[in-house]
Ligand binder design. Structure first.
Ligand SMILES: [Zn+2]
Length: 174
């Protein structure tokens, strides 16, 4: 794996690759350099999703940041529900990949925290775990997701960069 570039370089490269569909300003992505590939892949997937639109659209990048050690991406896209669902899925994959990707180097990492009552959370690989001695995440990233089809438990697989979905019985949430 190549050395991670600095934020100014990789972020400029992402924005330069996608000039046709990004509207307005290019906000600074407030994440570690280790997530450069996660974000490059997210923007590629959004470009693919938009390629199916009948007319060219512009997407506003509202905010891309780290919150509680996870990627948060907020975009405004004037698209129909089907394209929106593809974009939502791309964002889900990026956010879940961030949960298991070292924010310094991009290698596989796990959610860890500093010691103390209000510990700082970060995703770190074994090499960059210094200062984050407490392991928080036990297994692969997982989430409960609700969409038009119902409720699902979604488990992320880092090797395939895909999710496995299991329907959750509605009785559980009633
Ligand atoms: Zn690392």
């Amino acid at each position: 794996m190549s050395r991670p570039k600095h934020a100014a370089d990789w972020q400029a490269a992402i924005y330069a690759k996608h000039p046709h569909w990004i509207a307005g300003h290019h906000p600074h992505m407030a994440v570690g350099d280790g997530w450069a590939e996660v974000l490059a892949r997210l923007f590629d997937r959004i470009a693919e999703a938009l390629a199916g639109e009948p007319v060219p659209v512009k997407v506003a990048i509202v905010d891309i940041k780290e919150k509680y050690a996870e990627l948060r991406a907020e975009l405004l896209a004037p698209v129909g529900p089907e394209t929106q669902a593809v974009i939502d899925r791309a964002i889900l994959l990026a956010e879940m990949r961030s949960e298991c990707t070292c924010d310094e180097c991009g290698r596989e990492g796990r959610l860890r925290s500093t010691l103390g009552q209000s510990g700082w959370l970060a995703v770190k690989c074994d090499i960059h775990a210094s200062g984050y001695p407490r392991l928080v995440a036990k297994g692969p990233p997982r989430r409960r997701v609700r969409d038009r089809r119902g409720d699902y438990e979604v488990v992320y697989d880092r090797v395939t960069d895909a999710v496995v979905e299991t329907p959750v019985d509605d009785m559980d949430s009633r």
